[in-house]
Design a protein around this ligand. Sequence first.
Ligand code: ZN
Length: 180
Amino acid sequence: MSDTTILLRAAHFAARRHRDQKRKGSTAEPYINHPIAVAELIASIGRVTDSLTLAAALLHDTVEDTDATLDDIGREFGPDVRAIVAELTDDKSLPSEERKRLQVVNAPNASRRAKIVKLADKSVNVADIARDPPPNWPVARRRAYVEWAILVVAGCRGTNAALEKHFDGLAAMALATIRG
Ligand code: ZN
């Protein structure tokens, strides 16, 4: 598969799997806008051209949030992309607080590619919380999310300086917005 084919195939796969989902913000954007924003940030700010990282970014929420399985990812995109998506998929049988704790604990052991996707994913989510927070999230919950994202990103440092700096700016902006 060419780099272009794998990226377009990943975008198509993710768009189909997320087709009935919306983001949590008040504007309820189509969910697919999120993985596209994550992949775009990795390419533009992170200057990453590795097609496996970018494909995994497009696919990063498909197993966690849709009926797609890791075996589907492996069949369509091969074992390398499958392994990255597996690293980015929480165990949904665990309570949310435990999943959040495990993300912090496991981040330093993630592969370089998974760390890059995590950095961009947290950047996009923190920017969304500042710009268009879920309307039912009180300020304390928004602040807790940003503070948790800072801890996950701490475990991903030393991977891509531009993405790390970008996250830092967004997190500071989000906290300032939340404080009012
Ligand atoms: Zn995500």
